[in-house]
Design a protein around this ligand. Structure first.
Ligand code: NDP
Length: 253
């Protein structure tokens, strides 16, 4: 089997699995953070877990870029910068900004995220830098790239802002969970998840690739059901939780 044939087979299987996971996660909430539970096997420090989970995506994408003949080309370089704006931060800075001292996480969660990141990084990095069509420099002015990049950056800024609001809550109000307020939190419980989903929908458009689309599908599969669980959890935990606030989409859901 050629790598191109393997890629196609893997891509469609991965999209199918992502759709199935979307359904499963509405019934089983991943047991980390506020939904942590006993009984998911051995555990490891959560900060280390985040680095181990996310580093393969940052380093793997960089490696696909470096071994490619297309390195140094403007489109490849622009895509590398977008990806690393997210993943270099997510793998090497974000874990140390969190304020959950002493927290542990199941090794099983870390292992599944590592697997997810290996597959996702292969489907994106290998396609964009080697297997997919070479994009001319004019792609940088293509409306799909421009609109996708705008969505990506808006999503990234929203995600980081929303995570920082949560970190500041613990700095200012002490350990435990508090009701976040202000900005997008007036409308939805999880603007960090909504921002991240927008980001990868933008990536799918900017790369105009099925690999990018699968990433968006998987992100929604992970984050939509979790936003619903978090929203339910907030309403149960805080009796005065703002009733007009939705889970994921302002005014709608
Ligand atoms: P959460 O919103 O559950 O938590 C983010 C951080 O804020 C954690 O450190 C959490 O602490 C803390 N926190 C959450 N709510 C409160 C609160 N009400 N009061 C005080 N502190 C709070 O996000 P996740 O941990 O699920 O995800 C972290 C990031 O990773 C997000 O940006 C998310 O978008 C991204 N992500 C992306 C996925 C993808 O598939 N692309 C999948 C999963 C996450 P604690 O850990 O103690 O709960």
């Amino acid at each position: 089997m050629t790598e191109a044939a393997f890629y196609d087979f893997f891509l469609w299987s991965w999209i199918g699995l992502g759709a199935a996971i979307l359904v499963v996660l509405f019934f089983v909430t991943a047991p980390y953070g506020r939904h942590a539970k006993r009984g998911w096997g051995p555990r490891m420090p959560a900060t280390l877990g985040w680095v181990v989970m996310e580093a393969p995506a940052s380093l793997g994408f960089l490696a696909y870029y470096l071994v490619s003949d297309r390195r140094g080309e403007p489109v490849s370089l622009a895509l590398l910068v977008l990806w690393e704006l997210h993943y270099a931060d997510r793998a090497f800075l974000f874990p140390f900004r969190r304020r959950s001292p002493g927290q542990t996480t199941p090794v099983l969660i870390v292992a599944s995220a590592v697997f997810f990141n290996f597959c996702n990084t292969y489907l994106n990095g290998r396609w964009l830098f080697t297997l997919g069509p070479e994009r001319p420099v004019s792609w940088l002015a293509d409306p799909r790239f421009v609109a996708g990049t705008v969505l990506f950056v808006v999503g990234l800024v929203t995600n980081r802002w929303a995570d920082n609001v949560l970190f500041r809550l613990r700095r200012d109000a002490g350990p435990g969970y508090h009701v976040p307020k202000g900005g997008l939190y007036r409308f939805i419980s999880c603007p960090n998840y909504a921002g991240e989903s927008l980001q990868w929908l933008g990536w799918a458009l900017a790369t105009y690739s099925l690999g990018g689309l699968t990433f968006a599908v998987w992100t929604l599969a992970n984050l939509l059901p979790r936003a619903v669980s978090n929203h339910r959890w907030y309403k149960k935990t805080f009796p005065d939780y703002p009733p007009e606030r939705r889970a994921f989409v302002p005014f709608v859901w």
